[in-house]
Design a protein around this ligand. Structure first.
Ligand code: FES
Length: 167
């Protein structure tokens, strides 16, 4: 870990430790994109907490990641309702559009593709999430439009919500 990253990490721990472990881990992941082993050891040291407890929290919450994630993490729901309504076809299309496989991150760390069990939005099946945004009733065409939308965001650096763009 570079010195500037170590300094930033210590600042985060000191600033958020009063709010508890989850707040600290959340902020570290926001800044560093994932929770590296070195980071976790630092959290343990500065919060005087056993590593086992920290790993217990990280592995309990799906939100936390021990591996580098893409800037845009795409989660395709593989629950039954989504599967029946074409989730698998959407997954195949996304893999082709981004040239990545399931549970992979692109070489430039822009895209990550994960599959998840039911995300609790079955009425909107098939569902795809990109970071914290939900996209429902995903046809193959809508899948392509949304991926193009995020590619445009990446290219221009300007974030526009997909719904705002199409409305
Ligand atoms: S099965 Fe996909 S949201 Fe429930």
């Amino acid at each position: 870990m570079e010195d500037k990253d170590r300094t930033r990490l210590i600042e985060i721990i000191e600033k958020f430790k009063e709010d508890g472990l989850i707040s600290v881990l959340q902020k570290i992941q926001d800044v560093f994109n994932y929770l590296s082993p070195e980071t976790i050891v630092m959290v343990s040291k500065y919060m005087k907490m056993p590593l086992s407890k920290i790993y217990g929290v990280i592995t309990f919450y799906h939100h936390f990641s021990l591996k580098p994630r893409g800037k845009y993490t795409i989660r395709v729901c593989k629950g039954t309702a989504c599967h029946v309504k074409g989730g698998e076809e959407n997954l195949t299309r996304i893999k082709r559009l981004l040239s990545i496989k399931e549970e992979e991150v692109s070489e430039d760390f822009v895209w990550g593709l994960e599959t998840v069990a039911c995300v609790g939005a079955c009425a909107l099946a098939p569902v795809v999430m990109i970071n914290d945004e939900y996209y429902g009733k995903m046809s193959l065409h809508k899948t392509e439009l949304i991926i193009d939308h995020y590619k445009a965001i990446e290219k221009t650096g300007e974030y526009v919500k997909y719904e705002d763009k199409v409305s």
